[in-house]
Design a protein around this ligand. Structure first.
Ligand code: SAH
Ligand code: DHB
Ligand code: MG
Length: 228
């Protein structure tokens, strides 16, 4: 099969599985529609990936979730719904227009009481969260600009506790991440994050490669096993 046929097949199977397994969800559908209408790029996690994030959050009974990269709040909704009772989610977003769409989507989803969006460069917000003594977070989802991943990883770890999960999206990049000579700044940054993960005795890390409607990519998942 050609590469195009592979991609079509992955997307077709992804849509089949999502249709077979996920209930029709008007809130999530409206959130995507509102994001599209506002001109946001359609780069949110897929429905099945959203469910996967929610399963991880529920499995660890997360009460404090931190997201880096909100966009229109699609992954935010999946994660916020999975919070344990009384739990809170903070999502960090650079673009005020994206944050406005996300906030409206969170209101419509009935989650504005537990999920808030902070506007600004994520690295500044991460320092502010630490300075305010917020945290530790049970689950941290890194999904903003890829060049920031090494710094986000380091800050995320500082805001975690033993047992926390740190998840990073888009860490396979059509396989380009295996190219040690890559000149792509996103690939270089993701590889630098892997170096930090691998050198850190306080975490165990894996990567799940994924195919589907978003093509060929992957998620890194790290569990904090030592005291950050
Ligand atoms: N997590 C979302 C998708 C996020 S897309 C979902 O799956 O639904 C990445 C987002 O990161 C974009 O909205 C982009 O504006 C934001 N972003 C880019 N650079 C950033 C930075 N330096 N700080 C915070 N957010 C940033
Ligand atoms: C892009 C960003 C993402 O977070 C993603 O999941 C897919 C694409 C991007 O910047 O192109
Ligand atoms: Mg992503």
């Amino acid at each position: 099969m050609s590469q195009d046929q592979d991609k079509d097949r992955w997307a077709e199977v992804d849509r089949y599985l999502a249709g077979a397994l996920l209930p029709d969800d008007p809130v999530l559908r409206d959130a995507v529609a509102a994001s599209d209408a506002a001109g946001l790029p359609a780069i949110q996690v897929s429905p099945l990936q959203g469910q996967w994030l929610a399963i991880l959050a529920a499995a660890i009974r997360a009460k404090a979730i931190l997201e880096i990269g909100t966009l229109g709040g699609y992954s935010t909704i999946w994660l916020a719904r999975a919070l344990a009772p009384g739990g809170r989610l903070i999502s960090l977003e650079l673009d005020p227009a994206h944050a406005a769409v996300a906030r409206a989507n969170l209101v419509r989803a009935g989650l504005a009481d537990r999920a808030t969006v902070r506007v600004g460069p994520a690295q500044e917000s991460l320092h502010a969260l630490a300075a305010e003594g917020l945290g530790p977070f049970d689950l941290i989802f890194i999904d903003a600009d890829k060049t920031g991943y090494p710094a986000y990883w380091t800050s995320a770890l500082a805001l975690a506790r033993r047992g926390s999960l740190i998840i990073a999206d888009n860490v396979v990049r059509d396989g380009a991440v295996a190219d040690a000579g890559s000149q792509d700044e996103n690939v270089i940054a993701v590889r630098r994050m892997y170096d930090l993960m691998a050198a850190d005795p306080r975490v165990n890390t894996t990567v799940l490669q994924t195919v589907g409607v978003k093509g060929y990519d992957g998620f890194a998942v790290a569990i904090v096993t030592g005291s950050p």
